[in-house]
Ligand binder design. Structure first.
Ligand code: ME8
Length: 514
């Protein structure tokens, strides 16, 4: 039986059009999902949209349509983005679906039964933009004397009857869970941040609202709708069959292996969510990873600054796999990053066109011209051949632990170490010269290069699926051999296999056109 791997993106608010930040999180998940599938796992990759709450209700009002019409329209933009970015999700959840209402209400009822939800009254500060409550100590004064949340969002005073989740009772048990599971929050800086927040003491959390209607009704008290974060977080359970905890999907995929989120929402995922789950007697997630924040040419990305980077525009301008590569290569995953067109062009020209593209093109053209367009027959391998081939054969093994700690940039660097070594090998072996002096040795060198490129094509497949497939097509690698099980000798290129005519894979970008 294949081992299960359940991975989720945040579900995105539908108050706005998708931008590069949303594409980034889902891309990271897509690359991991593809890697795990190639590594033999049974993967369930979930993304979707968060469609309830005051923020969405207000956005619908501004658009002059009823909330359902509004969410239907904007949710589609996120689906379109997923298609455009070649994301391979297995399910796209919307919180306005019937299956989700059922799951939220079932979780709520469990929490009422265990005594973890009680009725009270809320009086405090709320930021609609963050859909979050803040204590007075967290607020700062804005330029016009208004109160602001730590995120910069304006807050408003809210006073209304509310159900509460007894979060204050879960501090020690949360700390116990973090201690017993050192990998349950990554990277380490976020883990420390979460732990000190919990150590600072937790207050009970308001989990229902009465002043607007756009949400999941509280069972047996329909004047209340559920707090949008309790509703939203539950999506991860809904999608694998909750409340049917005996279902095949739930028993296979729960607890979730990885909730990928941005650093803005780590508290919701690493504090509130495990507390809700533990209170309901359900296992908390295995890992939450909070990545960093993108800015645009040094500025915060925001609609009001008019500097939102639309993934569609980038793909149009530079090509899909180029964008996928750049986003995960440019910034150590977990750190903040700055998007700059000059860096995008530089990476494309140096690492894609010059390093990878050039290696593939010159090697395969030589095979095509000098080996009758077929995989050459190698002779005995020399130490130099083995020095290139062996790390190439071990690439997946090298990448596995890096991917498991979401160090995408390190996994890419491991691939580029082999690419650079292969380019050095071509220069040093000079197969064009061997053609005149030692044809059998030329065939060995070209075979070693073709085999190395096969390993590289497999290793880059999760990151750049279309281009890597094109590379593997040029080596006539059968589709059923494009998994890591075939990466070893059993999938090795067979001498004599006819190869299609090679084609360039990574065009150079003309810098003036940027
Ligand atoms: O928070 N850089 O939805 P949301 C990097 N609905 N990542 C970014 C980014 C940026 N500049 N901007 C956005 C919500 N993101 C809730 C989630 S989950 C149960 C509910 C990414 O539409 C990043 O992953 O505001 C961030 O956490 C997420 O989009 C926030 O998306």
């Amino acid at each position: 039986m294949a081992q299960p791997y359940y991975i989720t993106t945040p579900i995105y608010y539908v108050n706005d059009a998708p931008h590069i930040g949303h594409a980034y999180t889902t891309l990271a998940c897509d690359v991991l999902a593809r890697f795990k599938r190639m590594d033999g796992y049974r993967v369930h990759f979930l993304t979707g949209t968060d469609e309830h709450g005051q923020k969405v209700e207000k956005a619908a009002e501004v658009a002059g349509v009823d909330p359902q019409t509004f969410v239907d329209r904007v949710s589609q933009n996120f689906r379109d983005l997923a298609e455009k970015m070649n994301f391979s999700h297995d399910d796209f959840i919307r919180t306005t679906e019937e299956r989700h209402t059922k799951a939220c209400q079932a979780l709520w009822s469990k929490l009422v039964e265990t005594g973890d939800i009680y009725l009270g009254a809320y009086a405090g500060w709320y930021a609609v933009r963050d859909e979050a409550f803040y204590t007075v100590g967290e607020l700062t004064d804005g330029p016009n004397g208004e109160k602001l949340a730590p995120t910069g969002a304006p807050v408003e005073w809210v006073e209304e009857p509310s159900y509460f989740f007894r979060l204050s009772a879960w501090g020690d048990r949360l700390l116990g869970y973090y201690d017993a599971n050192p990998d349950c929050i990554g990277p380490a800086s976020r883990r420390n941040e979460v732990m000190s927040f919990v150590k600072g003491g937790l207050q009970d959390l308001s989990v229902s609202r009465t002043s607007f209607k756009w949400g999941v009704p509280v069972p047996n008290d329909p004047d209340h709708i559920m707090y949008v974060w309790l509703d939203a977080l539950t999506n991860y359970a809904t999608a694998v069959g909750f409340p049917d905890m005996e279902s095949d999907d739930f028993t296979t995929f729960w607890p979730c292996n990885l909730h990928m989120v941005g650093k803005d929402i780590v508290r919701f995922h690493a504090v509130y969510w495990p507390a809700f789950l533990m209170a309901a007697g359900i296992a908390p997630p295995t890992r939450v990873y909070a990545h960093g924040w993108w800015t645009n040419e040094g500025q915060k990305i925001s609609k009001s600054l008019g500097n939102v980077i639309k993934p569609d525009d980038l793909v149009e301008q530079y090509g899909l796999d180029q964008v996928r590569f750049f986003l995960l290569r440019e910034v150590p995953f977990g750190n903040d990053g700055d998007f700059a067109h000059a860096s995008m062009i530089s990476r494309m020209n140096h690492e894609l066109a010059n390093d990878y593209g050039n290696l593939v093109q010159r090697s395969l053209s030589m095979v095509s011209k000098n080996c009758s367009g077929a995989v050459p027959e190698p002779g005995a391998f020399t130490d130099e051949d083995r020095a290139l081939l062996e790390p190439a054969e071990r690439l997946v093994e090298t990448m596995r632990p890096l991917m498991d700690r979401q160090a995408f940039h390190e996994a890419l660097e491991a691939i580029w170490v082999v690419i650079r070594a292969a380019n050095g090998y071509v220069d040093h072996q000079a197969p064009w010269a061997l053609r005149k002096t030692d044809e059998p040795r030329m065939r060995t060198v070209l075979y070693v290069l073709a085999e190395t490129i096969r390993h590289l094509g497999l290793a880059t497949l999760p990151f750049m699926p279309e281009t890597s497939d094109k590379i593997l097509d040029q080596l006539a690698v059968p589709v059923e051999n494009r998994s890591f099980a075939s990466a070893g000798k059993c999938g090795a290129l067979q001498p004599g296999t006819a190869l299609p005519k090679p084609q360039g894979v990574f065009p150079r970008f003309v810098e003036e056109a940027a």
